[in-house]
Structures are given as C-alpha cells and as structure tokens.
Design a protein around this ligand. Structure first.
Ligand code: FPP
Length: 254
C-alpha cells in the first residue's frame, strides 16, 4: 500500500483528487498550524509576516489533502485563548479569513471544496463572519473536500455548552439521564455530523493539544513535526499520511 501511495505521489504534481486510488487515506485530518511567529522571528520579520505566510500554507495543504482524497480537513485558525494576544495581532488574524477567501474562493468553488466553520461566532467581527458565511453559502452544495476552519474555537467551551444543553433537556424532561451516551454528546458538539479526525498534525515542535477537539481526538493518531507551519509543504503532509498508514489503530481493542 505504501509503495502504491509513493508511486501515485511521485507523479501527483497536478493530478486531480482520486480518492479510490489508494487505501487507508485518513478521512478526516485536523491540523494545529503552529510556529508562524517563530518562523517570522528567525527571518527578522514581524509576526504578521509569519501569519501571512501561514495563509499560503493553508492553500498548499488544502490542495494536497484534496489530491490525496482526504474528505475533511479541519484547521485551527484562531482559538478562544488567542484573544489574549496584542490587539494588532488579533486584528490581523481576524482579517485573514476574509483575505484568504477573497483570493481563493473562486478556486475553491471550481475544485468542489465545501467551506465550513466551527467556533463561537458571537465574538467574531462582522467582516470575518460575513466573509466566512458567504463562502459557506456559495460552497454549500459542493461535494468534494470539506475545509473546516476552527475560528474562535475552544474545546472546553464547546463541551461546556454541550453539557449545558444536555442538562437543560434533562431538566425539561426531554431526555433521561440513562439515555446520555457518546452520541447524545457528539450531536451537541460543533462537529456534529462530521466524523472524528483520524489524524491530528501539529507543527512547530510543540507537543500539546491546546484546547483543540479534545472529545473528537480521543482515538485519533497524533503526528508532530518540528517544521514551522509557514514552511510545511505537501511533502511533509505526505510524510504524516505515510506514518499514519503504518500505524495499527486498535481503539482500545487488540
Ligand atoms: C499559531 O502560530 C498560529 C495561529 C494562532 C494562527 C494560525 C493562522 C494561520 C496559519 C493563517 C490562517 C489562515 C486562514 C485562511 C484562516 P503562533 O503565532 O502561535 O506561532 P509561534 O508559536 O511561533 O509564536
């Protein structure tokens, strides 16, 4: 299987996605895109230059995921904790989805990509929301790769809101405590309707989850690299997929 994948990749440059071409490609890949600031610092550039370059990596990896036949790509673009950063950096990060979509939306549409967002919309500036919502509406009927941006996303907040929702249903008599199971919880998370990630990638050498998809990653394979996000290429992505394909997933069984 690995040999077949390499054969495919070596001639993959401009080939369309061909999901049936190889087995065991992760259906859902989630990425913590880390290291923009350090990438910029190493080059004597402002942090914003790192984020700008990170945006180009988003495009690169979206194309790479689509070519491989990945069905869902979830990208951690802004966490509920990122508001603690200096205002100028937050403002810059808030403009990135709009900038990205202004440049790439037509191509995403042409490539049958479906844009989604998961996160707490209430605190996001209107221009960020409207850019993302426009992309969601315009790509709603696309059937290719689902590109899911985690924007103002935090796993603890997501789980607390799900728990409150369940508690309210119990209080109102709509749900019995003994009926609360994984599905009841999963249906109330922001990922409702999406499969759990098969593979989590984190760049930049940090080895933590940083409040990202802590329910959904329960049985995901984790893959870390020292490479900073702006320099993360299709080749690095393939490396992660190949490593994933070598692993045996047992989900607690034998
Ligand atoms: C973490 O690196 C990165 C972020 C908080 C922002 C990630 C955003 C992008 C990669 C661009 C998003 C693009 C779109 C289209 C939404 P860091 O700043 O924490 O890096 P550091 O740890 O080296 O300081």
């Amino acid at each position: 299987m690995i040999e077949r994948l390499w054969a495919k990749l070596s001639k993959s440059s401009l080939q369309p996605a061909d999901p049936g071409a190889f087995e065991n490609v992760p259906e859902h890949v989630a990425i913590i895109m880390d290291g923009n600031g350090r990438w910029a610092k190493d080059r004597g550039l402002p942090r914003m230059a790192g984020h700008h370059s990170g945006m180009k990596a988003v495009k690169r990896i979206t194309i790479a995921a689509d070519r491989l036949g990945v069905k869902y790509l979830t990208l951690y673009a802004f966490s509920t904790e990122n508001w603690k950063r200096p205002k100028a950096e937050v403002d810059f990060l808030m403009k990135l989805p709009q900038q990205f979509l202004e440049i790439e939306l037509d191509e995403l549409i042409a490539n049958n990509v479906q844009v989604r967002m998961m996160g707490h919309k209430e605190d996001l500036p209107p221009f960020t929301i409207s850019a993302v919502e426009e992309a969601i509406v315009k790509t709603a009927n696309n059937t290719g790769l689902v590109l899911n941006f985690a924007l103002n996303y935090g796993s603890r907040k997501e789980m607390l809101e799900a728990v409150k929702d369940i508690a309210a249903d119990v209080q109102q008599g709509r749900l019995a405590i003994e009926d609360i199971d994984d599905k009841v919880m999963a249906d109330r998370l922001l990922t409702s309707g999406l499969p759990d990630p098969d593979l989590l990638i984190r760049t930049s050498g940090e080895l933590r989850l940083s409040n990202f998809m802590m329910w959904q990653l329960a049985y995901s394979e984790l893959w870390f690299t020292d490479v900073y996000w702006p320099e993360f290429t299709e080749a690095h992505f393939h490396e992660a997929i190949l490593e994933y394909q070598r692993r045996a997933r047992r989900y607690g069984g034998l």
